[in-house]
Design a protein around this ligand. Structure first.
Ligand code: TXA
Ligand code: MG
Length: 355
């Protein structure tokens, strides 16, 4: 299949291009499009065979449910059975925006979109191009991140093309995304909100809107038979680049020394070595490639650059990557959740004393 690539201004999308993309969606095809979090791979969320095409193109396990995207609140009612008071508060506070809410699903939503669950994840994105496309198609658009399953989520149209060229009908290129990490997911089916995936809407922000927020323990620990994540997709080793990633925690000076020692040892074995650093530390590392995620004072910047940087190590043919860790609060919770997965939960404690 030939994939059409269409570039358009994200703030003022070309009407003709949007029309053609919506036509593809209405006919059961697949269109990748930018949202404010990551690029999504869209299909008609009410059409089981269109959803099946998403799973095929991504190589995604069929028990991993999709998020349905809407472009106005009135599109929510037909696809959910109930809007709890907690859900209403979350919608009022954060929609449109980078928050996905889990609702009991209505009969309109096929089990083929929800991985067989009787709940449905819904997101109302704020990206003008995403909104224009959903509105024009007049459908709830099922859209997982537009990467091959297991790879870091795409934050640029070029990432989508690298993974999915020839497997989907169209890629709408609206430039780099704003956030760079997938949306926060909250289960709002009962009286208490449960955080299933951390993202740009932080736990602290959620608490301000709804009071108590429970956290799925699998967000922090390593998923296992005893610790099954409530969001099925969170159990997979996601976001992994080809390189082996190791995280090093501890005092900054000790982390630096330990990473430089590990780099030297890996070099000696003939491996090509990368370090994921920050603006503050990049000049202190010795490795084949030292890539900065941004300033430690700006976790939003670190989050926005994380997936792009993991993909760049792949592109550069790096075998092993070492990275420091980040604080677990605020946006740091989402960054550490993705980093731990990228590292296959391989985290070591820095041992050496600093200088
Ligand atoms: O930012 C985002 O959320 C992006 C953009 C494109 O909107 N989408 C995205 O989709 O990240 P995906 O499919 O890569 O991740 C969706 C996550 C998966 O972990 C899935 O298991 C979970 O949402 N999920 C979907 N429906 C669910 C449900 N009914 N109950 C629990 N988890 C659900
Ligand atoms: Mg994904």
């Amino acid at each position: 299949m030939e994939t059409r690539h269409c570039q358009t201004d994200p703030l003022c999308p070309d009407k003709e291009i949007i029309k053609q993309a919506a036509e593809i969606l209405k006919n059961g095809g697949l269109v990748a499009f930018p949202t404010e979090t990551v690029y999504g791979l869209g299909a008609n969320g009410l059409d089981t065979s269109a959803c099946r095409r998403i799973y095929e193109a991504k190589g995604r396990p069929s028990d991993n449910p999709l998020i349905l995207h809407i472009s106005q609140i009135s599109e929510l009612q037909p696809i959910v059975r109930e809007i709890t008071p907690v859900a209403q508060k979350l919608m009022d506070a954060f929609w449109p925006g980078p928050l996905t809410i889990i609702f009991p699903k209505s009969d309109l939503v096929p089990l083929g979109a929800t991985g067989g669950l009787d709940t449905v994840a819904v997101r109302f994105p704020s990206h003008p191009l995403a909104m224009a496309l959903i509105r024009e198609s007049a459908l709830p658009i099922a859209a997982p991140s537009a990467n091959s399953s297991g790879k870091p989520s795409p934050t640029r149209a070029s990432h989508v093309a690298y993974d999915l060229d020839g497997k989907i009908d169209m890629i709408l290129d609206g430039g780099p995304v704003e956030w760079g990490l997938e949306s926060t997911i909250v289960d709002a089916c009962s009286d208490t909100a449960v955080l299933l995936r951390p993202g740009a809407i932080t736990k602290e922000m959620l608490e301000e809107a709804v009071g108590t927020v429970e956290v799925d323990p699998a967000i922090i620990g390593k998923p296992s038979d005893d610790l099954v994540p409530k969001a099925p997709g969170m159990k997979y080793t996601h976001y992994s680049p080809k390189a082996d990633v190791t995280l090093v925690s501890g005092e900054p000076a000790c982390v630096l020394k330990t990473i430089n020692r590990l780099c030297a040892e890996a070099k000696e074995k003939g491996l090509s070595v990368g370090v994921m650093a920050t603006e503050e530390t990049k000049q202190d590392y010795v490795a084949d490639q030292v890539l900065s995620l941004g300033s430690e004072a700006n976790l939003e910047e670190i989050g926005a650059n994380l997936f792009k940087t993991l993909r760049k190590f792949d592109f550069l043919g790096i075998d092993v990557v070492y990275s420091q860790v980040f604080p677990e609060s605020g946006e740091g919770m989402a960054i550490m959740n993705r980093l731990r997965k990228a590292a296959g939960y391989h985290i070591i404690q820095a041992e050496e004393k600093g200088e």
